[in-house]
Design a protein around this ligand. Structure first.
Ligand SMILES: Cc1cc2nc3c(=O)[nH]c(=O)nc-3n(C[C@H](O)[C@H](O)[C@H](O)COP(=O)(O)OP(=O)(O)OC[C@H]3O[C@@H](n4cnc5c(N)ncnc54)[C@H](O)[C@@H]3O)c2cc1C
Length: 396
C-alpha cells in the first residue's frame, strides 16, 4: 500500500510512532528510503524534509552530479559500477517512468593525467579514437602539453541529481514510505523528534505554524550539510565539516564547436573532462567548470565574493586562485564567456559535507541512530552506500 504524503500543516500523519525515521529528502535520504522498503517491508518508515522535493536548501539541488568508475580501490570501483548500473536502469529498477525527466546522461568520463599509469592509454591514442568535433573542442579547452596519459570510462557521465532523487521519492512512497514535507526535525530525546511544521507567509518568509512530536525506534540522519547541527541535539559529538562549493559556467562560446545535431539546437557533446582536479561538464551549449575540492570552512564562515584584478566577482577567493593558477592548462579560463558573476548568489553553489567519499556510520552512544552523508563522489558511490545502509540496518 502507498504511503501518506503530508505536505501542509492542515494534514496529519497516520501515526506518531515509526520503526524508522529518515531526516532529509536529498538524493541519499530518498535512495535509502526506497531500499529500506525493499529490505524491511514490514516496518513503518517516515521521511521528513524541511522543504519540498527537491529542496533548494540541499546540495542535491545544485549538484553537477558527475559520475565515474575510475577508482583504484576495488571496493569503490565495485560501488561505482553498481551505481552506474542503477542510474542507467533507474526507471526499470524503481518502476517510475518519467520520460521527460532524464536521470542519467552517460556521455563518458575522461581523465587527463600528468603521470603514466599501467591501465591508461596515451593522449594521442585517446584523441584519435574520438570524433573530429570532440578533438577540436579538447584542443580549444585544454593545453595538454604536460598530459602523459588518459583514462576513459565509457559508462561515466553526469546525472540530474534532482530527477534521480524524485524517482526514488515517488518509488519510496508507492512502496509505503510516509513523507512529511515542509517540516523541520530536531531531536528532543534519543528516541523522539520535535517537528516544526513550516509554511510560507505572504512575504514568502518561512514560519513555524504547528509543532508536534514523534517517536521512533531507529533514525537515519541524511540532512546533508545540516547533519552536524541536527545531531548536536543528541549531545553526541559527530564530526560533520562543511564547505561552500561553487562552479562558474562557460556560456556558449564561438570557440566551442557544437555537435552534429545542429538541427536540434546545436548541442555541445563532450564527455565529462577531468584535468588537474577540475571537471568540465556540458550544459546546453556551454560548460560547467567544477573546481578542485576545497578544505572544510571554519565554523561561522559565510560565503563572500572575491576580487579579480580589483573587480568584484561572485566566486570565493580560493576558487578564483585555483582558476588563475591553471590558466596555462585551461586556455578556456581566459575566455570572456567564463561567467564569474558579480555576487555569490549569481554563481551556482551550495554547502556540502566536506568529505571526498560518501559513507554511513552508527553513532557510538546512540547506536540506534545512523548518519548517512554524501561528499564529492556522492553520485558515483553514494547510491550504493545508501543501499548498503538499508541492507545493514537491523530494526527490532
Ligand atoms: C557545488 C557542488 C558540486 C558537487 N559536485 C558533485 C559531483 O560532481 N558529483 C557528485 O557525486 N557529487 C557532487 N556534489 C555532492 C553531492 O551533490 C552531495 O553530496 C549530495 O547531493 C548530497 O545528498 P544528500 O542527500 O546527502 O544531501 P542534501 O542534498 O543536502 O539533502 C539534505 C536534505 O536534508 C534536508 N534537511 C536538512 N536539515 C533538516 C531538518 N532538520 N529537518 C528536515 N529536513 C532537513 C535539506 O532540506 C535537504 O533537502 C556536489 C555538491 C556541491 C554543493
Amino acid at each position: 500500500m502507498s504511503g501518506t504524503v503530508v505536505n501542509n500543516e492542515t494534514l496529519s500523519l497516520p501515526t506518531q510512532h515509526y520503526d524508522c525515521v529518515i531526516i532529509g529528502g536529498g538524493v541519499l535520504g530518498l535512495c535509502c528510503a526506497f531500499y529500506m522498503r525493499q529490505f524491511h517491508p514490514e516496518k513503518s518508515l517516515l521521511l521528513i524534509e524541511q522543504e519540498g522535493i527537491p529542496s533548494e536548501l540541499g546540495a542535491t539541488f545544485v549538484s553537477p552530479a558527475i559520475v565515474h568508475g575510475l577508482f583504484a580501490n576495488p571496493e569503490s570501483y565495485k560501488k561505482a559500477k553498481w551505481s552506474k548500473h542503477l542510474l542507467q536502469n533507474l526507471s526499470n529498477i524503481t518502476g517510475i517512468d518519467r520520460p521527460h525527466n532524464q536521470a542519467y546522461f552517460p556521455v563518458g568520463y575522461v581523465q587527463f593525467m600528468d603521470e603514466h599509469y599501467d591501465d591508461s592509454t596515451t593522449q594521442e591514442d585517446f584523441l584519435e579514437s574520438r570524433s573530429e568535433v570532440e578533438q577540436k573542442n579538447f584542443q580549444a579547452l585544454l593545453d595538454l602539453s604536460y598530459c602523459k596519459s588518459v583514462c576513459f570510462d565509457a559508462d561515466g557521465g553526469y546525472a540530474s541529481a534532482e530527477n534521480v532523487a524524485q524517482h526514488f521519492g515517488y518509488a519510496a512512497v508507492r512502496e509505503g514510505t510516509d513523507l512529511l514535507l515542509n517540516a523541520r526535525a530536531t531531536f528532543s530525546s534519543s528516541q523522539s523528534l520535535s517537528i516544526e511544521r513550516l509554511s510560507y507567509n505572504k512575504k514568502m518568509q518561512q514560519e513555524v505554524v504547528r509543532q508536534e512530536s514523534l517517536s521512533f525506534a531507529q533514525c537515519i540522519v541524511a540532512a546533508g550539510h545540516s547533519s552536524g547541527t541536527v545531531l548536536e541535539g543528541l549531545g553526541e559529538l559527530v564530526e560533520c565539516p562543511k564547505v561552500y562549493m561553487q562552479y562558474p559556467k562557460i556560456e556558449g562560446d564561438s570557440q566551442l564547436i557544437l555537435g552534429a545535431d545542429l538541427g536540434t539546437g546545436g548541442k555541445l557533446e563532450l564527455p565529462v573532462i577531468s584535468y588537474q582536479g577540475f571537471h568540465l561538464r556540458t550544459q546546453a551549449d556551454g560548460l560547467l567548470v567544477i573546481p578542485p575540492a576545497l578544505a572544510a570552512d571554519s565554523i561561522g564562515y559565510q560565503p563572500t565574493e572575491g576580487k579579480l584584478m580589483g573587480v568584484q566577482v561572485g566566486l570565493r577567493r580560493e576558487i578564483i586562485d585555483s582558476i588563475m593558477n591553471n590558466l596555462d592548462n585551461f586556455p578556456c579560463f581566459a575566455w570572456e564567456s567564463l561567467n564569474l558573476g558579480k555576487a555569490v548568489r549569481q554563481v551556482r553553489g551550495a554547502w556540502q559535507i566536506a568529505y571526498e567519499q560518501p559513507a554511513w556510520q552508527q553513532l557510538k552512544e546512540n547506536n540506534h541512530i545512523y548518519l548517512l552523508h554524501g561528499g564529492r563522489e556522492a553520485m558515483s558511490l553514494g547510491l550504493a552506500t545508501a543501499h548498503e545502509l538499508a541492507q545493514s540496518i537491523e530494526i527490532e
